[in-house]
Design a protein around this ligand. Structure first.
Ligand SMILES: [Fe+2]
Ligand SMILES: [Fe+2]
Length: 318
């Protein structure tokens, strides 16, 4: 273990133990609890309007808005499946550091990793269901192992920062948007309700392991890790650009009327704006995330991150 495993702070032991308890309490099964032989209702929305930034698609009528919500929702499920590949791999690595150490920490992280494997299976199942019932031509472009290899090449501090941000926005999306929209497909809502119940523990464990890593590294390493985090956000943004373009093509391919040149510009910009909002901006606005990050970094380092995010935040808020 040695220097790789700074001891758990006394006050944190109870938080790890509570995560194990909560994980046992909320544990669900894909078929028995979530899908329950149901299918998606294509007469209803998938992603709620606020997350899908539906106000950006002024050219679309009600049917087209619903289709945009469903296409974005399909990508939303696939994006979780994508990031859970690297999260599972990273957590397996972090978990191993505790194998002969604190057994409470070890168990909490084993459960976390196991849950992410189950979530990946859930999102593969959903993609299969949507592929069977939506018009053909949809493509989820990013390849999970290729993305995971690129992310895992960065410093642990930065990878855990990105992960903590993802787990926190997952909770915000459900509590602030998905749960609040009565027009969303029931199965869709349940998927993210059950997902959120397990992610609640992940968000705590990410925070604890990220802070442990922060205590381990030198200030020079932390400064380099800030650069890695900026690189990771840029890589995520690159993925969003590619998938937004693919989803715009798919919409134009399957929509019942032809999309004119001016509306195509709005469609492409609207999708990129929505994806930046969903996967980057909503997370970096999370108060808990900013609190944890702010306690670790110097103001100049916070400023570096804010500057790098500036154009993305500006677009998504525009
Ligand atoms: Fe998950
Ligand atoms: Fe998670």
């Amino acid at each position: 273990m040695g220097h790789r495993d700074p001891p758990t702070r006394a006050a944190d032991t109870i938080r790890y133990a509570r995560c194990i308890q909560a994980s046992k309490l909320v544990r669900w099964d894909i078929d028995r609890d979530v899908i329950r032989n149901r299918t998606f209702d294509y007469g209803r929305k998938f992603l709620p309007d606020s997350l899908a930034r539906i106000e950006r698609f002024g050219f679309a009528d009600a049917d087209e808005k619903r289709l945009l919500s469903q296409i974005q929702g399909r990508t939303y499920a696939n994006m979780f499946g994508l990031v859970e590949r690297y999260i599972g791999a990273k957590l397996a690595e972090v978990t191993q550091l505790h194998a002969l150490g604190d057994q409470i920490v070890f168990e909490s992280l084993v459960r976390f990793t196991d849950e992410e494997l189950k979530h990946q299976e859930l999102f593969r199942r959903l993609e299969g269901m949507m592929a069977d019932s939506m018009a053909s031509g949809y493509q989820f472009v990013p390849e999970p192992n290729q993305v995971a290899r690129a992310i895992l090449g960065k410093r642990t501090w930065a990878v855990l920062a990105l992960t903590c941000h993802i787990e926190l926005f997952t909770l915000d999306h459900y509590r602030q948007s998905i749960d609040a929209d009565p027009a969303v497909s029931e199965l869709w809502k349940d998927v993210f309700l059950f997902h959120m119940r397990e992610e609640s523990q992940h968000a705590v464990l990410d925070e604890l392991e990220w802070q442990r890593e922060d205590r381990r590294i030198s200030s020079a390493e932390r400064d380099a890790a800030v650069g890695d985090l900026i690189d990771l956000v840029a890589a995520v943004d690159g993925i969003l650009k590619v998938q937004a373009a693919s989803d715009a093509d798919y919409f134009m391919h399957i929509n019942r009327r032809k999309v004119g040149a001016e509306d195509e510009v709005a469609l492409r910009d609207g999708l990129l704006c929505a994806y930046r909002w969903q996967y980057i901006v909503s997370g970096v606005r999370n108060e808990r995330f900013l609190e944890i990050l702010g306690a670790m970094l110097e103001p100049a380092q916070m400023q570096r991150i804010a500057s790098a995010l500036g154009p993305i935040v500006g677009h998504a808020n525009g």
